[in-house]
Design a protein around this ligand. Structure first.
Ligand SMILES: [Zn+2]
Length: 336
C-alpha cells in the first residue's frame, strides 16, 4: 500500500509543479495554438490541453437554437425592430473584454464543487468605452482580478451593474446572436493564443457574425529568449490565416503588436525581416473592404513602418504607449 500511496502522491506533486513550466499565453507555443495542445472533449481541469468540442457538437448546438417556442411568447409578438432594440440594450453596442483561459473562477461565477484552475470563459464590459479606445494599453478597466478584489474587500456577491452582458438567456434565440456578435467590439485577452483559442471554441456560424475586434499580443519575434521562440515563424503567418478565414466578416480591426524595444532589434533588422512582419498584414488589408483597420506598434517602431503605411490608404499606422523597458536584459525581453 505504502509505496503505491507515495507513488501516487509523487505523481500528483510532480504534475502540479510542472505547471510552473506551462507555456505562457504570450509565447508562440502557448496551449491552444497547435493541434497537439488541444483535446476533443478534454478535461477542463487539465492545463496542458485545451478542451475543444467535437465538430458534430457545434452543429447540434446551432440546430438546437432553432427549436424554441418563439411564436408562443409575448416577446416574439413585438415587431423585430423593437426586439432588436431590446437586445441592443441588453447585450449590444459595447466594448467587451473576453477571455478563455486556464484560470481560477472569478468571484462572481457560479461556484462548482471542485476548486482549482480550469478552462473557462470570462467577460467584462469595458468601463472606458463602447468602441475602440485610443490605445489598448491604457484601457485598464474592470477586470477579472477586480471581481475577486471587490468580492473580498466589499463583500460583493454579484458583478457591479454595467460590467456584464445582460440577457444571456435570450441567447438561446438565434435572432439575438447578430446583436451580440455583430454590434460589440470584442477585446480578447492579450496574447497570441487568444485568436487561436477563439477559433477553436466559437462555432464558425457565430464567428461569421463578428464585425469588430481589437487584438493585442506581445511579439517576441526573432528573439530567442522565450521557450518556443522559433515557433513564431509558423504561428505569426497562421494568425493571419485565422484573420483571413475564421474572422472573414470582421470589418473593423486593430492589431496591436508589442514588439521588443527597437534599440534591441535594430542591429539584426533587415528589409526582408521587416517584410515578414508587414507582408501578411498588407495581404489581409487588400483582401477585404474595411471600415477601420489599424496596425498599432510601440512608439519607438513607428518610423520603421511609416514608409510602408504611407504607400497605401487602406490601413492606418497607430502607436501604443507600451514600451519594452527591459532593453538591456539578456535573459528576458518583451517586457516580461
Ligand atoms: Zn476596457
Amino acid at each position: 500500500m505504502a509505496p503505491k500511496f507515495f507513488d501516487k502522491l509523487f505523481k500528483r506533486e510532480h504534475k502540479r509543479s510542472d505547471y510552473r513550466f506551462r507555456p505562457r499565453e504570450f509565447w508562440a507555443n502557448a496551449i491552444g495554438i497547435s493541434d497537439s495542445t488541444c483535446e476533443i472533449q478534454g478535461d477542463p481541469f487539465n492545463g496542458w490541453k485545451l478542451p475543444i468540442p467535437a465538430p458534430e457538437q457545434s452543429a447540434l448546438k446551432s440546430r438546437a437554437r432553432q427549436h424554441d417556442g418563439q411564436q408562443t411568447s409575448w416577446f416574439f409578438r413585438l415587431p423585430m425592430e423593437v426586439r432588436r432594440m431590446i437586445y441592443i440594450e441588453l447585450m449590444g453596442n459595447r466594448r467587451v473584454h473576453i477571455e478563455h483561459s486556464w484560470m481560477y473562477q472569478s468571484a462572481f461565477q457560479p461556484k462548482s464543487k471542485r476548486g482549482g484552475k480550469r478552462w473557462i470563459w470570462w467577460h467584462g464590459v469595458c468601463q472606458n468605452s463602447d468602441s475602440f479606445v485610443c490605445d489598448t494599453y491604457g484601457d485598464r478597466c474592470w477586470g477579472r482580478d477586480d471581481e475577486s478584489y471587490a468580492s473580498y474587500t466589499e463583500g460583493l456577491t454579484r458583478a457591479p451593474p454595467g460590467t456584464k452582458i445582460q440577457g444571456v438567456e435570450w441567447l438561446s434565440y438565434e435572432e439575438a446572436l447578430p446583436v451580440l456578435y455583430g454590434t460589440n467590439v470584442f477585446v480578447p485577452r492579450e496574447g497570441i493564443d487568444s485568436p487561436f483559442i477563439m477559433s477553436r471554441l466559437i462555432p464558425p456560424t457565430c464567428a461569421q457574425l463578428i464585425r469588430s475586434v481589437d487584438f493585442t499580443f506581445v511579439f517576441c519575434w526573432d528573439l530567442d529568449l522565450t521557450p518556443g521562440a522559433k515557433a513564431w515563424t509558423t504561428v505569426y503567418p497562421a494568425l493571419f490565416d485565422i484573420l483571413e478565414q475564421y474572422f472573414s466578416k470582421v470589418h473593423s480591426l486593430r492589431l496591436t503588436i508589442k514588439l521588443p524595444a527597437w534599440e534591441k532589434m535594430k542591429q539584426t533588422m533587415s528589409d526582408s525581416k521587416l517584410n515578414k512582419i508587414v507582408a501578411p498584414w498588407e495581404t489581409l488589408a487588400r483582401n477585404r473592404d474595411w471600415k477601420r483597420l489599424e496596425f498599432c506598434v510601440p512608439l519607438d517602431w513607428r518610423s520603421v513602418f511609416t514608409k510602408r503605411a504611407e504607400t497605401q490608404s487602406i490601413w492606418e499606422l497607430t502607436v501604443t504607449d507600451w514600451f519594452d523597458w527591459d532593453v538591456r536584459s539578456a535573459g528576458r525581453g518583451c517586457g516580461m
